[in-house]
Design a protein around this ligand. Structure first.
Ligand code: MN
Length: 292
């Protein structure tokens, strides 16, 4: 007998805008992050129409400490640079896994050529908490291109891209500090399949596009996130045509206290105070100005 996970609840994303270039929904809001540990936040920016602009929009220089930011681009393109010296572009299908750890400042913008031309932008950004033991390590930057991400063909209509963790004997390329499963599922047309997901992980399925039936629950639409029970392993997914995109999040909960202040997530209030001091005294570095 297969033990199925049950749906704990389905949460609807709340509209939000980040910076001057990212409009979408907050899917994992901060008041619920304990339910999703190690995940602290999931923003789904888009799909949005970007008007041509010679100066790329997005989010200007800002800091992070104690977390990782994971950016998965579905459509359009982004560019990034940070005070740890990393610079990169993230095109459709690519993933950027940035561990801010002890701290950096970065900017996240529409990619320059995409910005000049304009077009559809659709991406998610996930914040993954770091355990106490790794919060103050040096930053780490992983840029994974679409070609590096293994694909599991589930059936003719359904493929799964495994970004991190293990599933069906496949291993995702992203290095993580605690066990994290991150996968994107792309379904073209009507499909029905079952997936075996880890037990004792916090697991959620974000419907980025389309509509699914999950186990016995019909009609879970785009911009909804279904939180699943830690108990059980299996889920069944069905679609009735069109294009569907899912993001599957799974992670071993980090059972440590959380003290957070905006982009800083530590374990204690004293560490947050120290973090603010470090940021204000320039310990997280600076970005050189750029002329467009
Ligand atoms: Mn950021």
């Amino acid at each position: 007998m297969k033990a199925f996970k049950s749906i704990s609840y389905v949460w609807e994303g709340r509209p939000q805008q980040v910076g001057d270039g990212f409009v979408g929904q907050s899917m994992i809001p901060s008041q619920r992050f304990q339910d999703f540990s190690p995940f602290l936040m999931l923003d789904h920016h888009g799909p949005m129409q970007v008007k041509p602009s010679p100066v790329p929009k997005g989010v200007d220089e800002h800091p992070h400490r104690g977390i990782e930011t994971v950016t998965v681009v579905f459509e359009g393109a982004l560019q990034h640079r940070d005070s740890a010296g990393n610079k990169g572009t993230i095109f459709a299908g690519d993933v950027q896994w940035m561990s801010a750890a002890s701290g950096l400042v970065h900017e996240e913008k529409h990619e320059i050529n995409f910005s000049r031309k304009g077009g559809t932008l659709d991406f998610v950004q996930l914040w993954v908490n770091l355990p106490r033991a790794h919060k103050m390590e040096a930053p780490r930057y992983q840029e994974l291109t679409a070609a590096q991400i293994p694909v599991l063909q589930i059936n003719d209509q359904t493929k799964l891209r495994l970004i991190s963790g293990e599933l069906n004997g496949l291993k995702g390329p992203a290095l993580t500090y605690t066990p994290v499963l991150l996968a994107e599922v792309i379904i073209e047309g009507s499909s029905e399949f079952e997936l075996q997901l880890p037990e004792n992980y916090n697991v959620a399925i974000h419907v980025a596009q389309g509509e699914i039936a999950l186990n016995d629950t019909q009609g879970i639409k785009a911009k909804r996130i279904a939180k699943l029970s830690q108990q059980g392993e299996w889920v069944s997914v069905a679609t009735q045509g069109g294009m569907t995109r899912l993001l599957i999040l799974g992670g071993e909960p980090i059972n440590e206290p959380i003290a957070s202040y905006g982009p800083f997530v530590m374990n204690t209030q004293a560490e947050i105070m120290q973090t603010l001091q470090d940021y204000q005294s320039g310990k997280m570095g600076f970005l050189e100005p750029v002329e467009y």
